[in-house]
Design a protein around this ligand. Structure first.
Ligand code: GRF
Length: 203
C-alpha cells in the first residue's frame, strides 16, 4: 500500500511508521512526507530514508481553500492508498477531507471525545484528570470528530507538566499509530465515510 504522511514538525510518529514499513511489519511503503513548514524535522527524517520530502508553505497561498486544493493535488500525484496526518497542524477544509475521507487517519493527543483542539495536555492537567491518552481516528469534516479506532492511555502524575505528560504520551503514540496503519494496509480496517468496520464487522 502507498502511504503519504502529512506533517508540520518533529515527525516522531512519521518515523515510527516509516520504520515499521521498512521492517516489514506494515504491508506498505511511505512514498512521500509532505510538510506545510520548511523547518519541519520530519522532512529530514524522510530524506534520511530516501523518501520524497515535499514542502508546501501555507503562507504562500491566498486562502485556506487555495492551499488545501494545491495540497490535495500534490498528495493525489502520489496515488496514495492511505494518507496519514502525523502532527499536521492545519485544519483541513471539507473539500480536502471529502476527497480522501475513506483513507485519511489522524492522531490526536487526548482521549477523544475529550479535548478536541489544542493544548490537550494542559487542559487534562488543569481539569484534574487522573489519566490522559491519544486517539487514532479517521478524519471527517468535524474537527477531531471522526470515528476513533484505537486509544492509548497514560496515568497523569501529581507533578506532571504539559511537557512531561506529552513526552510520556508520545511513546504510546509510536505503538498505536503504526498498528492502525498496519490494520488498514492489511484491509482489516475499512471506513466508508460513515461506518467503521474491523475484520468485516461494524464497530
Ligand atoms: C503528537 O503528539 C500528535 O498526537 C499530535 O502532534 C504530535 C506530533 O508529534 N497530533 P510528532 O511530530 O509525530 O513527533
Amino acid at each position: 500500500k502507498r502511504i503519504v504522511i502529512l506533517v508540520s514538525g518533529n515527525g516522531s510518529n512519521a518515523q515510527a511508521i516509516i520504520d515499521q514499513c521498512e521492517q516489514g511489519k506494515i504491508n506498505g511503503e511511505v512514498v512521500a512526507v509532505v510538510s506545510n513548514k520548511a523547518s519541519a524535522f520530519a522532512l529530514k527524517r524522510a530524506q534520511a530514508h530516501h523518501i520524497e520530502a515535499v514542502c508546501i508553505p501555507h503562507q504562500d497561498f491566498v486562502s485556506r481553500e487555495a492551499f488545501d486544493a494545491f495540497l490535495l493535488h500534490k498528495v493525489q500525484e502520489f496515488r496514495p492508498d492511505l494518507v496519514v496526518l502525523a502532527g499536521f497542524m492545519r485544519i483541513l477544509s471539507p473539500a480536502f477531507v471529502d476527497a480522501l475521507s475513506t483513507k485519511l487517519l489522524n492522531i490526536h493527543p487526548s482521549l477523544l471525545p475529550k479535548y478536541p483542539g489544542l493544548n490537550t495536555h494542559q487542559r487534562a492537567i488543569e481539569n484534574g484528570d487522573t489519566e490522559h491518552g491519544s486517539s487514532v481516528h479517521f478524519v471527517t469534516a468535524e474537527l477531531d470528530g471522526g470515528p476513533v479506532v484505537l486509544q492509548s492511555k497514560v496515568a497523569i502524575h501529581p507533578h506532571d507538566t504539559a511537557q512531561t505528560l506529552a513526552q510520556r504520551l508520545a511513546q504510546t503514540e509510536w505503538q498505536i499509530y503504526p498498528r492502525v496503519v498496519e490494520w488498514f494496509c492489511d484491509g482489516r480496517l475499512v471506513f466508508d465515510g460513515k461506518h467503521l468496520s474491523f475484520d468485516g464487522s461494524e464497530v
